[in-house]
Design a protein around this ligand. Sequence first.
Ligand SMILES: *[C@@H]1O[C@H](CO)[C@@H](O)[C@H](O)[C@H]1NC(C)=O
Ligand SMILES: *[C@@H]1O[C@H](CO)[C@@H](O)[C@H](O)[C@H]1NC(C)=O
Length: 468
Amino acid sequence: MKILFVLALCLAIVMAKPAEDLVKEVPDMGKFDQFDFYSGYLDIPNKQRKLHYVFAESQNDPANDPLVIWFNGGPGCSSMLGFVQEHGPYSMPDGEDTFYENPYSWNTEANMLYIESPAGVGYSYYWGDDNGESNDLASSEENYAALESFYQKFPEFLDNDLFITGESYAGIYVPYLAWQVLEHGKKYNLKGIIVGNGVANRTFMDGAFEGMGFWHNLYSLKMFDDILDNHCDFANIDIMEDGEEDTEKCEKLEKEFGELISSLNPYDVYRECYKSDSKDRLGSTIIDGKVKTYKRGMTAQEYTPFFFEGKGKTALGHVPPCVYASGTTDYLNRKDVREALHITTDQPWEICVGGERIFYTTGAKQSHWIYPILKDQNIRVLQFSGNADGVVPTQFTRDWIHSYGWPKVRDTAPFFAENDSKVGGYVEYYDGMTFATIIGVGHMAAQWSPAATKHAVYQFLKNEPIDQ
Ligand SMILES: *[C@@H]1O[C@H](CO)[C@@H](O)[C@H](O)[C@H]1NC(C)=O
Ligand SMILES: *[C@@H]1O[C@H](CO)[C@@H](O)[C@H](O)[C@H]1NC(C)=O
């Protein structure tokens, strides 16, 4: 009798997973028969909004492995980018249009949940009277509501350790959502957060690209000396905050720097810049019998709008479009792919959307203020930073972390991915925050140095030192 009861209970738990969201195969991506994979929508109560999610259960021990949520940034960029290009079970390399099994998938020992946020981004949508407006606080409330909806669909994960992760503008989404969890009485088992090349406090962005540019030999010692001699911090160019006119000399140096880097990929100064010329910038597909067009590529301005705020018409405004997107964008607009993923909107999928679909106001508060709160509540924090990124440079991350003055708790050290003799990066341990660089790659460190990034992330999830 007892056994029967336990069996019935197990069955009830198994049944609790949403069968209608289960995906067995995605055409030309691969089969999902070694672990459960879901794609569907999370309701936002009292809103005319639904957020699309994909959920790849752990390949190891889903019942006990942590639940890890991932967000890409923008604002306006889709977390499907993380899933299809960075650390999903199958990934499409830059410049190609085929998927390969990804040995560095983050779901080998973690349950990976990707949420496209806010509504309007990717396959996530709003309808009716909703005007698509959002901001840092509203998006954190929406993400919290999505998390609650997720736990309603998958109650068996309520007790798993929870980690919230993401990159770039998710430097806002991630700590904000962690703060929401704390504000709601820490109902869930939140253990930590991870942010890659994330924003936090714009003040430290002043001159950060110029600083990293020098140490990556993008310009001469003579120019560096001129910058120092003229006390250029490029603050007035980056943000017109203090109302001071930047000196003519500094403006000239800034322009010179802009010209020197104009042919580089600002997201990774060592990497190819993918150019999408105007003729193949648009793609088209048929959804519900109607022809729809979509952007296949994007400009840096669309990808990281925060980078350009207040920059006016400096040379940086002409950063070329460099991020590879056409292969994944064509793929995710295929009818058979959308059907396999249970997509219920007729809106075409784009890697990043701007003012034509979401209306996002970025906040002045940013996320610098949240980290001391997380520290007080023993929420562990990892910041990792691909050190060839010019958009959210390592110098920026290092400096805002340093500004807290938190004591070091372990010596700074190089670290190595398993079986890898080449250094993966360097790690610093502060009381309240771990900071790992990922060397030789930029903004999408998880994609471009997958072994080192996964090593840092997994050691952190396991609460083990990264230099081990
Ligand atoms: C950014 O950092 C500076 C220097 O620590 C600080 O004065 C400022 O208040 C911070 N800005 C925000 C919005 O947290
Ligand atoms: C490292 O090498 C050992 C011994 O060859 C092997 O068992 C293990 O799977 C390797 N680890 C990775 C991450 O490749």
